[in-house]
Design a protein around this ligand. Structure first.
Ligand code: ZN
Length: 499
């Protein structure tokens, strides 16, 4: 200190005073948009009323009004922008779904991280999306096989706001390879999320005032990360579609997540002083459609795509007198019906699909192409494979065990049986395939979708050979099936009856 001239000493004091002054920053965040760029009926809170929620125009309106009252903001998205609406399959600047990212440019995002569904089309397509986005893609633990960052991702970025240096580190779930069709993940590797996050935090801690983990791994993994990774201040989460009404505080880490489908905007207001968050306040804003959107390029673009989708997809193809509800704890009418369409189209003995391929329920009433698209927005193709009766029996046994545990990952059609709970395992009576009793020596054909086969070990318990792939898109098959069986309804009786 004694070497400093009086002028330098004065500057030194000034800097120190400036550093010790509390500074404000507002983090505004979305996650799991799933292409929901237009308002829709809510699946979440207050779903009983008919008011519409969400969409980019309401999001922009609320964002702008918050921005007017805040000194500085950072707008982040936690990934899974894609998959959920036909706009994801529409070409924009040579990419599928690129229009979504162009609209996010207009909204003013500062950064996003990759979600598993952002890789649903292909790696090539993903790279095109990152080129349209004028905001960086952050993901520290998705690398190529040599360990290099790839797909135009940055591990982190440091943003300067209001004199604060804010490090944002992106992270993706360790489970990526069981969440996305592995044909789209060739040459990629996921390094351990927590270790990578710790490494990143350690390397930027000394050059930042605040560290945010932008995480696409779901709330429970985020809470565990908060327990294990040191010196992280905030986790902006995604993937589990969790509505965190006011931020969670775990092991000194603030955790936020804002539902899904562009229905909520998260707002986290922080006061940072001397490298520490000294206070925080957060909430999520439900984006009920309340405001008349202003005329803008964004409005034009939203309306352009809305009209195309209306003319191509809002077309009635059938009617259901019962709600088509999904279930992950037992059989469901929609699951059995869709599995049966898959079975029928290739004249198989049995149809099998995974419950997680169905993303939405269909309400009682008219069924449109858009309804079907929203239920199965993935580009899955119909496949067939042949197995011996003994193998089929194993699949059915595994399925009955999942019914017993009420954790069902498959929907099966054209199989019937009764079963009861034994002490440790279930006891299955005669199994019927169609009208006939399962014959252990017979060869059966199973109709399914490519994703089930990609994850066959998990879903079927073995990897079938002699798989035949077709060019029939799951979505087209279901639309055709409903067109041919226009009126759905009546009493639904489960095929697997517990005695
Ligand atoms: Zn996800």
């Amino acid at each position: 200190m004694k070497f400093l001239s009086p002028t330098l000493f004065a500057i030194f004091l000034l800097i120190n005073v400036a550093q010790s002054q509390p500074k404000e920053i507002s983090i505004l965040h979305t996650n799991d948009i799933h292409a929901a760029f237009v308002p829709h009926k809510s699946n979440g809170a207050n779903s009983g009323n008919n008011q519409l929620i969400g969409g980019f125009l309401e999001l922009e309106w609320v964002l702008d009004s918050i921005k007017q009252t805040k000194t500085s903001t950072l707008i982040l998205d936690g990934g899974d922008v894609m998959t959920g609406n036909p706009i994801s399959d529409m070409t924009y600047k040579n990419s599928m779904g690129g229009a979504l990212f162009e609209m996010m440019n207009m909204i003013g995002y500062d950064a996003w991280t990759i979600g598993n569904h952002d890789l649903d089309v292909s790696q090539e397509n993903f790279k095109l999306l990152t080129r349209i986005a004028k905001f960086p893609t952050l993901c520290a633990n998705l690398v190529d096989t040599s360990g290099n960052y790839c797909l135009n991702n940055y591990p982190f970025k440091i943003f300067e706001r209001n004199g604060l240096r804010i490090g944002v580190v992106g992270i993706i779930s360790n489970d990526l390879f069981s969440l996305t069709n592995t044909k789209n993940l060739k040459g990629l590797r996921v390094s351990d999320a927590f270790n990578t996050m710790q490494h990143m935090v350690d390397s930027i801690d000394s050059i930042t005032d605040l560290i945010i983990g932008l995480s696409h791994q779901g709330y429970s993994a985020d809470s565990i990360m908060a327990e294990h990774v040191k010196h992280i201040d905030v986790i902006i989460g995604s993937h589990s579609h969790t509505r965190i009404e006011s931020p969670k505080f775990i092991n000194g880490v603030i955790i936020c997540q804002a539902g899904s489908n562009c229905e909520y905007l998260g707002e986290l207001n922080l006061v940072v002083e001397n490298d520490l968050v000294v206070s925080y306040k957060g909430k999520i804003h439900p984006l009920w459609v309340r405001h008349k959107p202003k005329d803008s390029d964004l409005k034009q673009m939203v309306e352009y795509y809305k009209e195309i989708i209306k003319s191509e997809y809002e077309i009635k193809i059938g009617y259901t007198s019962v709600p088509f509800k999904r279930s992950r704890s037992g059989e469901s009418i929609i699951g059995t019906y869709f599995a049966d369409a898959v079975r029928e189209v290739i004249d198989a003995d049995v149809g099998i699909i995974n419950t997680s391929s169905l993303r939405k329920d269909i309400l009682q009433g008219d069924i449109t192409k858009l309804n079907i698209y929203e239920v199965i927005p993935f580009r899955n193709y119909i496949c067939a494979f042949k197995i011996k009766g003994t193998e089929l029996r194993k699949i059915i046994k595994k399925y009955v065990e999942s019914l017993r545990e009420r954790k069902v990952s498959l929907n099966i059609s054209n199989v019937r049986c009764t079963w009861k709970r034994g002490k440790k395992k279930s006891i299955i009576n005669k199994i019927y395939i169609g009208q006939e009793i399962l014959d252990d020596d017979k060869i059966y054909t199973v109709g399914t979708i490519d994703y089930v086969l990609d994850q066959a070990g998990r879903y079927l318990g073995f990897i079938p050979d002699n798989v035949e792939k077709t060019n029939n898109l799951f979505y087209d098959v279901i639309v055709d099936y409903i067109k041919r069986n226009k009126n759905i309804g009546g009493l639904y009786t489960p095929n697997f009856k517990e005695e």
